[in-house]
Design a protein around this ligand. Structure first.
Ligand code: FAD
Ligand code: NA7
Length: 444
């Protein structure tokens, strides 16, 4: 029987386990799978921890989510086609839930799939080599520090790519008297109350960490972009300026001449695709982009068709795209999808990559990733989901953000699975300080 190693049980790994569960439910005999998870539980980044740096075993902390994180896109855009929010919560809930609520949803489906039995928790994969016929894998049980080896026919890498921070160096950092951190280690903005905060970056982390600092009472928030500003209508106390040149004492000096006193510098400078456990020939090398090269249909390693990656793209679409990828990989492994010739694979990858390189704005990027999801879904039996509606929701969401970055999370969207429209939340995002699941779900 085919033996699969799955590394990581964040949303992508859970999608793959779900895909096997669904195949088994449909009467297929499924391959053997062993899932390795270095955390004590599944859920990936959605598991909040106060910890930064390393865990109690000395392993780097993968988690990058912060305490008061709320969904940065409408939940309707990421809804599982086979497990709606209505089914999980037994009532309609608003469109931008806090982290704990989304985590509960992801784990709810996983719990119902009876797949925990496949997972080795507290287990880090430290080495993978191609043995010509499959893969030799070395892994460590973190609890008793025992090292094990095993061989597998297929390998699925679902280790995420928002865990290892990219940390640039700027002149003056060593003598800066305040706090310097990367968004990976950001947990809570309370410590920046009444402080002057400088944030570098112009993507999702910069936007949301800046908003967290504003919401929790920072004195000023100055965002330094490198190439393009986010360009939102920032409220009083927030501004966006061009690129930090250097630090002089406690002052940030920007290329456009701005000089800003700062107490803290938060580097929202992104993450590295980092696979220290893979041998060089198996390693995906890419920056954060919508179509990393070398991956057929975004998932099959071009040079070795027994190796698959899940979720390695930059992401508008998330959970239902991860599902589509997982179903697709499952069907290749179970011989339901036949791979074309090497030439066709190469042409297909090149065609997606060149389309991606021609994209000019966020709307075109949304179209591109939606087309990608539709393409995958055309080959699998993932339940039908209305990607046209999801695309429209993403457009509206972009417009809402452009109109008012402080209120976009107060809007409601309709479900592409059940049609239900999310009710308005009882408290606006800006005023909601208690983001516990109990308070969030306490709707009439
Ligand atoms: P992860 O969630 O990172 O899971 C990877 C798993 O692999 C982890 O459990 C890790 O412990 C395990 N692992 C890694 N290496 C090893 C190893 N060597 N051995 C064993 N196990 C290993 N998406 C949204 O849809 N909405 C949001 O609001 C949103 N907010 C985000 C906010 C932040 C700050 C970040 C960083 C991301 C956010 N995302 C959001 C995107 C997020 O990437 C996805 O939602 C999702 O978590 C990706 O799932 P994944 O399984 O690919 O990776
Ligand atoms: P992203 O989306 O990969 O963005 C990284 C940002 O970091 C991007 O704006 C880069 O600027 C910026 N960057 C990189 N290096 C520098 C330097 N040296 N100086 C200034 N700015 C720099 O990562 P995020 O953390 O924002 O988002 C990751 C996920 O978290 C995302 O999926 C969300 O759901 C939450 P550039 O645009 O290239 O000029």
């Amino acid at each position: 029987m085919t033996k699969i190693a799955l590394i990581g049980t964040g949303p992508c790994g859970l999608s793959f386990l779900r895909s096997l569960h669904q195949a088994e439910k449909n009467g297929d005999s499924i391959p053997e799978v062993v899932a390795f998870e270095k955390q004590a539980d599944w859920g990936g980044l959605w598991n909040y921890t106060w910890r930064t740096g390393s865990d109690q075993f000395g392993d780097p902390i993968p988690n990058s989510m912060y305490r008061y994180l709320w969904s940065n896109g409408p939940k309707e855009c990421l809804e599982f086609a086979d497990y709606s929010f209505d089914e999980h919560f037994q009532k309609p809930i608003p469109s931008f839930p806090p982290r704990e609520v989304l985590q509960n949803y992801i784990l709810g489906r996983a719990e119902k799939s009876d797949v925990k039995k496949y997972v080795k928790f507290n287990t880090t994969v430290s080495s993978v080599v191609d043995n010509g016929n499959g893969f030799d894998i070395t892994y460590t049980n973190k609890i008793d520090n025992s090292v094990h080896k095993d061989s597998f026919d297929k390998l699925i890498v679902a280790t995420g790519h928002f865990s290892v921070p990219y940390i640039p160096e700027y002149e003056g950092m060593n003598s800066f008297p305040g706090r310097i951190m990367h968004s990976h280690d950001f947990r809570d903005a309370e410590e920046f109350r009444n402080k002057n905060v400088v944030i570098l970056g112009s993507s999702y982390s910069a936007e949301d960490v800046a908003l967290q600092c504003y919401k929790y009472g920072a004195k000023t928030v100055t965002i330094g972009y490198r190439n393009n500003p986010m360009g939102f209508n920032w409220p009083e106390g927030m501004k966006e300026v061009h690129y930090m040149d250097k630090i002089d004492g406690n002052k940030a000096i920007f290329k456009d001449g701005t000089v800003q006193e700062m107490d803290a510098l938060i580097l929202c400078t992104g993450y590295l695709h980092h696979f220290p456990f893979l041998s060089e020939d198996l390693k995906l090398k890419t920056h954060n982009r919508l179509y990393p090269p070398m991956l057929y249909k975004g998932v099959v390693w071009q040079n070795n068709h027994n190796l698959f990656y899940l979720g390695m793209q930059d992401q508008f679409h998330t959970f239902n795209m991860f599902d589509a990828q997982a179903w697709y990989v499952r069907d290749i492994i179970m011989n339901k999808i036949k791979l074309p010739s090497d030439d066709e694979i190469s042409n297909d990858i090149n065609s997606w990559v060149s389309k991606e390189e021609a994209l000019e704005d966020a709307y075109q990027m949304i179209d591109f990733q939606t087309d990608y999801c539709v393409d995958l879904c055309s080959a699998i039996d993932y339940p039908k989901i209305d990607f046209e509606l999801i695309k429209k929701h993403f457009y509206d969401w972009e417009h809402d953000k452009e109109a008012n970055i402080l209120t976009y999370r107060d809007k409601s969207f309709s479900s592409p699975v059940t049609g239900t429209t999310g009710p308005s939340h009882h408290t606006t995002w800006l005023e909601a300080m208690d983001d516990s699941m109990a308070t969030y779900l306490d709707t009439k």
